[in-house]
Design a protein around this ligand. Structure first.
Ligand SMILES: Nc1ncnc2c1ncn2[C@@H]1O[C@H](COP(=O)(O)OP(=O)(O)OP(=O)(O)O)[C@@H](O)[C@H]1O
Length: 239
């Protein structure tokens, strides 16, 4: 029997996961991957290699065709439909296209994430300004998304993802729409969040960032994990 240190238990685990979509495309083929609590992981690979599918499996947005996905101690195929919202609230999720509510202010966009989980007014009035300060947007609290730059909008999306203190942050191309300066700002925020204990998983095409940050890099190719390096770089063309 293997005896694990408590901290060594994976917070995310995929066991022999394959995923085929209706079109018969094999998006993932026998993927096994373990991510430990507190890790910072980049997922890279060419277009269509299965990166977004990996993230969607972790969110239970898609189901594995074969295999098991464990997140936060839960085997996701066993979660009943009614348990999915509570499960998703343990995750912070950030996308490339920000997905902010256009007719709500920055404050309201972040507050909305708290209202959804039933937080009281008192808690919202304390936590929203705290998280806006963390992402450096306190002075923009009353602005609307269209009045913000792309980098600022992504910082709002990050604040919204973090306000409920998720144990895991999943980000699918969070810098895809940003210039290099804003991309680095988002990355340093993600690093800070990770230093404070949140497990961070990021899908990205940003070579410069991956090469300079020296984090764990999982490289996908045609639905397979072709490399997994502790302090890796962006090197999928070599594979
Ligand atoms: N909903 C779907 N229905 C059918 N096929 C899909 C669906 N989503 C993804 N696929 C296919 O699964 C494969 C993997 O797609 P996925 O989106 O996971 O790749 P990716 O690595 O994230 O690509 P990109 O970098 O372009 O976003 C591709 O061949 C894609 O066409």
């Amino acid at each position: 029997m293997t005896i694990y240190d408590e901290d060594e238990l994976p917070i995310i685990a995929l066991e022999n996961v394959s995923k085929s979509y209706a079109s018969e495309t094999k998006a993932l083929q026998d993927v096994s991957l373990r991510i430990l609590k507190g890790e910072f992981v980049f997922i890279v690979g060419s277009s269509g290699s299965g990166k977004s599918t990996l993230i969607k499996l972790m969110l239970k947005e898609v189901e594995p065709t074969i295999g098991k996905v464990y997140v936060n101690g839960k085997e996701l195929t066993r979660l009943r439909r009614g348990q999915v919202p509570a499960f998703r609230r343990t995750l912070g999720i950030v996308f490339q296209d920000f997905r902010l509510l256009k007719d709500r202010t920055v404050f309201e966009n972040v507050a909305f994430a708290q209202q959804v989980i039933g937080a009281g007014k008192h808690e919202i009035l304390k936590k929203v300004p705290d998280i806006l300060a963390t992402v450096g947007l306190i002075e923009k609290a009353e602005a609307y998304p269209k009045e913000l730059s792309g980098g600022e909008q992504q910082r709002v999306a990050l604040a919204r993802a973090l306000v409920n203190r998720p144990s895991i942050l999943l980000a699918d191309e969070p810098t895809g729409n940003l210039d290099p300066k804003n991309s680095w700002e988002i990355m340093s925020l993600l690093e800070e969040i990770n230093r404070n204990g949140t497990t961070v998983v990021i899908v990205t095409h940003n070579r410069e960032i991956v090469d300079r940050m020296k984090k764990r890099v999982v490289t996908m190719k045609k639905g397979i994990v072709v490399s997994d390096e502790k302090k890796g770089g962006y090197s999928y063309e070599k594979n």
